[in-house]
Design a protein around this ligand. Structure first.
Ligand code: 5AD
Length: 433
């Protein structure tokens, strides 16, 4: 199983390497000692994560070679854009034409797109976003694995099923050995090249313990590690960076300070943003975004959310629907509508067409089985599979009935590969140079 295509190093300049993938050149940062021109490597998120032997690389590449160009053709076919629909609204065609030429849209134009309701209009919007995704990112799609290491949380986020509001929930905390074992499976058995470690804000682990865990994984099972443990402070971020973590997944949830205050008692948006900014300064890749469908959230708020993610240098945009959880204060608030969320993904692609990786969230898949496909055809180019040991997964109930909750890793991989193949996508995520 393989979620990245091996590339051959063509050139090394300081800590940057130029990698060849079937004739396409990509760039990555290298922190591994003993990497030289001619070596084969795996890279993720712009970082070299591991070196592999030439013979292993050749055998994987020979399998890929047959499909690589076929996939690109399928993708190109599926992402063609024609804005000559005579029946469509002229204003809509004008705005989308401007977007498709990578011109910056005005705030009014973006709000107009966010307000669209008509199915045909939405279809054109999604196609435009898909066109831009293909133009700037080709058919690459990154697939991360996530290990939910603990569901203890000291925070009271009003929407979240693992917050302290949920008194019914059985709490768990994986031991270091259990986490290493899950990481070993993900990397060695299933071939993941990047892992997200996530928990509630759990005082049960110290920053040092978390650092030991990250270090343990980096030493034994090379992968790009993202951390997602909530606000662990500057000291915590530093320790974990030193231990080898290179990405931070932390949503700011909403850019509206008033709404933030309402749904996060005792927390502050400023401190969360400060955390994200510090992390970026330290060199972390930033994965961030927000919840769609919070009470009282306006279209203006949502647009601000996308701009805030961009301002925070989001390497990946993570926007997902609110889903009510029965043991939280927001139990009676309705879930977001799937199209509303896909619209946000499409807008994120239009606003940040060149840089953004855009994630299809499990929450969106929970609301609709078709959501992953629809989102990948509306600007998204990233997926996250759950590699938490099966026995613990039901307890990480941030919202109920999570998609793929009881699917073992092989099943998730198989359906993901089938989906990606059918759309002509290939699992490599480096920027073309
Ligand atoms: N519905 C959807 N997403 C939720 N999250 C927490 N609770 C819910 C819910 N009820 C999301 C938050 C958090 C991420 C880990 O899970 O946005 O950042």
């Amino acid at each position: 199983m393989c979620y990245a295509i091996p590339g051959k190093i063509e050139k090394i300049e300081d800590n940057t390497v130029i990698v060849d993938y079937f004739g396409e050149k990509r760039k990555a940062l290298n922190e591994l000692a003993q990497v030289k021109v001619g070596d084969y490597i795996y890279a993720q998120g712009g970082f070299v994560v591991s070196k592999i032997s030439e013979s292993e690389a050749q055998s994987i590449l020979s399998v890929w070679k047959e499909t690589f160009f076929e996939l690109q053709e399928v993708d190109l076919r599926l992402s063609r854009l024609s804005l000559n629909d005579n029946d469509a609204d002229k204003k809509l065609l004008g705005v989308l034409d401007k977007a498709s030429q990578s011109k910056e849209l005005t705030r009014d134009e973006l709000l107009y797109l966010l307000e669209l309701k008509d199915n045909n209009a939405l279809e054109l919007l999604f196609k435009t976003a898909n066109f831009l995704r293909q133009k700037y990112h080709k058919n690459s799609c990154c697939v991360h694995g996530i290990i939910e290491i603990s569901n203890y949380c000291r925070q009271g986020c009003q929407y979240c099923g693992i917050s302290y509001h949920n008194k019914e929930l059985k709490r768990y905390r994986l031991t270091k050995d259990e986490i290493l074992e899950a990481a070993r499976d993900a990397v060695e058995v299933y071939g993941f090249k990047s892992l997200v470690l996530q928990s509630g804000e759990d005082p049960g682990y110290s920053a040092l313990e978390l650092a030991e865990i990250v270090k343990g994984i980096k030493e034994k099972f090379p992968a790009l590690i993202f951390i997602s443990f909530g606000e662990i402070g500057t000291g915590g971020l530093e320790k974990l960076y030193q231990a080898g973590a290179r990405g931070l997944l932390m949503r700011f949830e909403t850019s509206n300070p008033k709404l933030y205050q309402q749904v996060h008692p005792g927390m502050s948006l400023e401190s969360r943003l400060e955390h994200l900014r510090k992390a970026h300064e330290m060199g972390y890749l930033i994965l961030t975004g927000g919840l769609i469908g919070l009470p009282g959230q306006s279209k203006e708020d949502i647009l601000d959310d996308i701009f805030l993610a961009k301002e925070l240098h989001a390497e990946m945009y993570s926007f997902g629907p609110f889903i009510p959880h029965p043991h939280t204060p927001l139990l009676r608030h309705p879930p977001a509508r799937v199209e509303e969320v896909i619209k946000v993904l499409a807008l994120a692609r239009i606003i940040d067409h060149t840089n953004a990786k855009i994630l299809v969230t499990t929450a969106l898949e929970t609301l609709s089985r078709e959501a992953a496909r629809s989102s990948l055809l509306a600007g998204a180019n990233s997926l996250m599979l759950n590699v938490t040991p099966l026995a613990y997964r039901p307890f990480y109930s941030i919202y109920p009935n999570r998609a793929h909750q009881s699917e073992d890793i092989s099943t998730q991989i198989e359906s993901t590969i089938n989906l990606l193949r059918s759309l002509g996508r290939a699992p490599t995520d480096l920027e073309t140079i």
